[in-house]
Design a protein around this ligand. Structure first.
Ligand code: AGP
Length: 674
C-alpha cells in the first residue's frame, strides 16, 4: 500500500525522504514522488513511475527547465521541508500524473494514503469552483480543498488587515490556475507573512478541509504560505511522527525513519499535528490540544537491512528460529504458559468465554484455520474462523461470551480493522472481549483491542508473509494453552507437552531449513508448470493453503489447496503428468488415509512431491519425490515445521521464474484500503 514520508529540518531533507521511500518499498507501490519547498520557498516536485531508483535518477539529472514550478536559478533539487510518497494505485492507473504529491496552484502539496470516498462529489464542486484536475486520483481533491480553505483563512486575515495595510487587497476569488502557473497575489502574501507568526495558516486550512472528507486518510501537507510547517493528519490510515533534535519527520511506519530517529509519536484516530523544526503540536479529533507520548523504538536501522541475503523473504525465512525464541521469551516458563502474556486481565476474561471467533486475512487467516483444529481437538472450545472481508459485510451471529480474536502481521489491514470496529459496537450489549495477535506495536488493531499479544517476529519486509505466520502460530498455541488452563480444560501434562514442544521448535525449524539444497532441485519441476495442487489433511490442510498462497503470490503459478480427502469430489479430474501435487505427510492419525489419497493421484499419473516426517515412511518411487523434512514433530509443532519447506519451495520457484520476490506484482504488504 501507499507509503508516506516527510520532514522538516535544518539540513537538506531530500536524501532523508529518498531513504525513507526506499524503506517503504516493501509495502508495495507502482510510482513515487517527492515535493519540497526550495530555498526560495517554492514548491518543487518530481514524480516517477516504477521503482524509487527511477525517482532518484530523475532527481540526480534534474534540470531547472524540467521542474514543475518556475525556477529562477539552476540550483539543485534541495529543501529543508518536504513530503514524499510511494503510490499503490486505487483510483487511476499507475502513471506519473497520478503519482503523489499532488499540488494545487503551486501553493499546496499533499501526500495521502487511504481513500476519500466522497471524492466524486467534491470533484464536481471543485470543477464548478474553477479548479482543474491533472490526475484521476481521489487525492487531488484534498490538495484543492486545502488550497480553498487556505485562501479562506487568508481572506479572513487580509480582511481584518486591509484597512491598515493596503486598499488594493480584496477578498480573493478562489483561483483556478493550472499547475505551473504563477503563484497568487504577492502583496497578499506579504500581508500574510506579517500575520503568519501569530496564526496557524496551514493548520487551520487543513483542519477545515478535513471536515469535507469521508473515508480514510493519512495526510502530509506543505504550503508556500506557511513554509516552515508540515501538517500531518490521520484517520483510518497509520501515521507516525519521528522526533529528532531540531528536526521532525512523518512516515507511514517507523521503519522509514530509523536512520534518523528512534523516538516516535504514534498519532491516534482523528489527530492533526502541526510540525515545525522545533515543535510538534497535536490536536485530537475534537480539536483539543493533546500530549501524545514519545515512544522509543527498539528497532535499529539494521533490522530492516538485507544483510547477506538476496531477498528479504529469504532473510525472513531464515530468521524464523530466532523469531520463535523471541516470541516465546517471557511468555513461558520451563513447563508452563503464562496466561498474563495476554494481559493482566486475560485470565479473568478467558474464564468467561464459551467460544472463539477468529478474523483475519490472507496468511493470517491460515494461521487462524490451524488454530481452529487445535481449539476444537485439544480443548473442545468451539472456534470459528472467517476472512475479514466477508465477515464485515454480512450480519454475523455472534454469541455472548465469545472471544473475538483478530490476527494480523501489520495491525493495519483495513478489513480486519473494520470487522473489529463492527464488533466493538456490540460490546455494549454482549460480553465480547477482543484480542489481537499482531506483529506491529502501536498499530491500529493493538490500540483498538482489549488484549494484545505481540508476536516478536521483527519487521517483516517481504510482501510474502513468512516469519509473521510462524510466530502467529506460536502465539495461537500459547492462546490455546492459556484459554485451556483458564477454563480448566487442559491438564498440566498437556500443557507441559505443548511447552516442551515449543521449546524444541527453533531446532526443528533449523533442521527443516537444512533441506534447502534438495528443495532447490525440486523447484526445477515447477519452472514450466502453470498450475500446482497442494494437499493436506487436518492442520496440514491450512498449511497446504498457505503453501499454495505463497507459490501463487510470488511465482505467479496458479496453485490451489485441497483437503486430500476432497480430491475425489472434483479436483482429481485435473490430475495428469503436468501438474505437480505437493503433499504434506506428518506421522499422525490421518497418515494412512492420506497414503490412500496419494495412491489415487499416482494411479492417474500425477507427479507428487511429498514432505514427510521421517517416521511416515513414504518411499520415493516413480511419480513420488519424497523429502524427509522433519522428525518426531508433535501436534502443535508439525504445522509450523512443515510450513518451512513450503516457504523455501515458493521462494526458489520464484527465483527460477525471475519474479520480483519481495514486491510481487499488484500486491501490497499492508492492505490499508478495502
Ligand atoms: C501474505 O503472504 C500476504 N501478503 C497477505 O495474504 C497478508 O497475510 C494479508 O494481507 C494480511 O495481512 P496482515 O497479516 O498484515 O493483516
Amino acid at each position: 500500500m501507499c507509503g508516506i514520508v516527510g520532514g522538516v529540518a535544518e539540513r537538506n531533507i531530500v536524501p532523508i525522504l529518498l531513504e525513507g521511500l526506499k524503506r517503504l518499498e516493501y509495502r508495495g507501490y507502482d510510482s513515487s514522488g517527492i515535493a519540497i519547498l526550495d530555498t526560495e520557498e517554492q514548491i518543487q516536485r518530481i514524480r516517477s513511475l516504477g521503482k524509487i531508483k527511477n525517482l532518484e535518477q530523475k532527481i540526480k539529472t534534474i534540470d531547472a527547465s524540467n521542474l514543475v514550478a518556475r525556477r529562477r536559478d539552476d540550483q539543485n533539487f534541495q529543501g529543508k521541508i518536504g513530503i514524499a510518497h510511494t503510490r499503490w494505485a486505487t483510483h487511476g492507473v499507475p502513471a506519473e500524473n497520478n503519482a503523489h504529491p499532488h499540488i494545487c496552484n503551486n501553493r499546496v502539496a499533499v501526500v495521502h494514503n487511504g481513500i476519500i470516498e466522497n471524492y466524486q462529489q467534491l470533484k464536481t464542486q471543485q470543477l464548478e469552483q474553477g479548479y482543474r484536475f491533472t490526475s484521476e486520483t481521489d487525492t487531488e481533491v484534498v490538495a484543492h480543498c486545502v488550497h480553498r480553505e487556505l485562501v479562506n483563512v487568508i481572506n479572513n486575515i487580509t480582511l481584518s488587515n486591509t484597512t491598515s495595510v493596503s486598499p488594493n487587497v480584496t477578498p480573493t476569488v478562489i483561483p483556478s490556475e493550472a499547475e505551473g502557473s504563477p503563484t497568487d497575489n504577492t502583496q497578499q502574501q506579504k500581508i500574510l507573512r506579517q500575520a503568519q507568526d501569530d496564526s496557524d495558516l496551514l493548520l487551520q486550512a487543513v483542519t477545515n478541509a478535513l471536515k469535507h472528507f469521508e473515508g480514510a486518510y493519512a495526510l502530509g501537507v506543505v504550503a508556500t504560505d506557511d513554509p516552515d510547517t508540515l501538517i500531518a493528519a490521520r484517520k483510518g490510515s497509520p501515521l507516525v511522527i519521528g522526533v529528532g533534535i531540531g528536526e521532525h519527520f512523518i512516515a507511514s511506519d517507523v521503519s522509514a525513519l530509523l536512520p534518523v530517529t528512534q523516538s516516535f509519536i504514534f498519532l491516534e484516530e482523528g489527530d492533526v499535528a502541526k510540525i515545525t523544526r522545533e515543535v510538534v503540536t497535536i490536536y485530537d479529533v475534537n480539536g483539543e490540544q493533546v500530549e501524545r507520548p514519545v515512544k522509543i523504538s527498539n528497532l535499529t536501522a539494521h533490522a530492516v537491512e538485507l544483510g547477506e541475503h538476496r531477498h528479504y523473504m529469504h532473510k525472513e525465512i531464515f530468521e524464523q528460529p530466532q523469531a520463535v525464541i523471541d516470541t516465546l521469551e517471557g511468555r513461558i516458563t520451563q513447563d508452563h504458559v503464562l496466561v498474563s502474556a495476554f494481559g493482566y486481565e486475560a485470565e479473568a476474561i478467558f474464564k468467561t468465554i464459551q467460544q472463539i471467533q477468529i478474523i483475519a486475512c490472507g496468511t493470517s487467516y491460515h494461521s487462524g484455520l490451524v488454530a481452529k483444529y487445535w481449539f476444537e481437538d485439544i480443548v473442545g472450545v468451539p472456534c470459528q474462523v472467517e476472512v475479514a472481508s466477508e465477515y464485515r459485510y454480512r450480519n454475523p451471529v455472534i454469541q455472548d461470551n465469545t472471544l473475538f480474536v483478530t490476527i494480523s502481521q501489520s495491525g493495519e489491514t483495513a478489513d480486519t480493522l473494520a470487522a473489529l470496529q463492527q464488533i466493538k459496537l456490540l460490546k455494549k450489549v454482549k460480553n465480547i472481549p477482543t484480542l489481537t495477535i499482531c506483529n506491529v506495536p502501536e498499530s491500529s488493531l493493538t490500540r483498538e483491542s482489549d488484549l494484545t499479544f505481540l508476536t516478536h517476529a521483527g519487521p517483516e519486509i517481504g510482501v510474502a508473509s513468512t516469519k509473521a505466520f510462524t510466530t502467529q502460530l506460536v502465539a495461537l498455541s500459547l492462546l490455546l494453552t492459556a484459554v485451556g488452563k483458564s477454563m480448566s480444560l487442559m491438564s498440566e501434562e498437556q500443557e507441559q507437552k505443548i511447552v516442551h514442544g515449543l521449546q524444541k521448535l527453533p531446532g526443528l525449524i533449523r533442521k527443516a531449513l537444512q533441506h534447502e539444497e534438495k528443495i532447490i532441485e525440486i523447484a526445477q519441476c515447477f519452472a514450466e508448470r502453470e498450475s500446482a495442487l497442494f494437499l493436506g489433511r487436518g492442520t496440514m490442510y491450512p498449511i497446504a493453503m498457505e503453501g499454495a498462497l505463497k507459490l501463487k503470490e510470488i511465482s505467479y503459478i496458479h496453485a490451489e489447496a485441497y483437503p486430500a480427502g476432497e480430491l475425489k469430489h472434483g479436483p482429481l479430474a485435473l490430475i495428469d503428468e503436468h501438474i505437480p501435487v505437493v503433499t504434506i505427510a506428518p506421522h499422525d492419525d490421518l497418515l494412512e488415509k492420506l497414503k490412500s489419497n496419494l495412491q489415487e493421484v499416482k494411479a492417474r499419473g500425477g507427479q507428487m512431491i511429498v514432505f514427510e516426517d521421517e517416521q511416515s515412511n513414504i518411499s520415493s518411487e516413480p511419480g513420488f519425490r519424497v523429502i524427509k523434512a522433519t522428525t518426531n514433530v508433535g501436534r502443535i509443532t508439525a504445522p509450523i515445521t512443515f510450513n518451512v519447506p513450503l516457504q523455501l519451495l515458493s521462494y526458489h520457484v520464484a527465483l527460477i521464474k525471475g519474479t520480483d520476490v519481495d514486491q510481487p506484482r499488484n500486491l501490497a504488504k499492508s492492505v490499508t484500503v478495502e
